[in-house]
Design a protein around this ligand. Structure first.
Ligand code: GAR
Length: 212
């Protein structure tokens, strides 16, 4: 499966997808290849990670567009032109920090996934880790989900739960959650690429079974 990865910054989740592909060369089959990395921020660290792995990259700066829809349309055009015009089949948001327009989300329905650093539907939005700490939660985690127009909603494919430890600050909790993001994002891509994920109503199923 050909995938496009959209980033805005550090790109450690992009790196996890790159690493899954390269480690699989020696081990289990990896069914996905990254055909394009897009950043809305010039100079994002993730761009260097993609380039180091020989992945084509492009910068599409939202500030160059008059509105969200035309910015998103430019991204769709780039994604569909990737892989010599064959286009990507799955779009992965990996720390992509722009809200997407409904036409873009509808165009890529059930082919657009996101990783979010909380146990959705809890703690949508920004500044997640500090809010988890302020609420005195014992656990946090991360979620991979299909994207729907309402922010941080959509059928949840995989989640990982992470304990909050005494003395955690937001950075310490973020680092513990991020480790699990790097496990479940490649795993979710693998499941989708292997055709094992379906959407029934607004619930994702793996091998025809729901999570509960
Ligand atoms: C990750 O923790 C990701 O879950 C989060 O941004 C970070 C990006 O890190 N995404 C969101 O908060 C989206 N709402 P990375 O650039 O190193 O992958």
């Amino acid at each position: 499966m050909k995938i496009a990865v959209l980033i805005s910054g550090r790109g450690s989740n992009l790196q996890a997808l790159i690493d899954a592909a390269s480690q699989a060369e020696a081990g289990p089959r990896w069914p996905a290849g990254i055909v394009l990395g897009i950043s809305n921020v010039a100079g994002a660290q993730g761009l260097q990670r993609a380039e180091a792995a020989g992945i084509p990259t492009t910068v599409i700066n939202h500030k160059d567009f008059e509105d969200r829809e035309t910015f998103d349309a430019a991204m769709t055009a780039a994604i569909e032109a990737a892989a010599d015009g064959n286009g990507a089949e799955l779009v992965c948001l990996a720390g992509f920090m722009r809200l997407l327009s409904t036409p873009f989300i509808d165009h890529w329905r059930d082919r657009l996934i996101n990783i979010h650093p909380s146990l959705l539907p809890a703690y949508k939005g920004l500044d997640v880790h500090q809010r988890v700490l302020d609420a005195g939660e014992d656990f946090s985690g991360c979620s991979v989900h299909f994207v729907r127009p309402e922010m941080d909603t959509g059928p949840i494919i995989l989640q990982a739960k992470v304990p909050v430890q005494p003395g955690d600050d937001a950075d310490a909790l973020a680092a513990r959650v991020l480790e699990q993001e790097h496990v479940i994002y490649p795993e979710a891509v693998r499941l989708i690429a292997d055709g094992r994920v379906s959407v029934d109503g607004e619930l994702a199923q793996i091998d025809g079974k729901g999570k509960n």
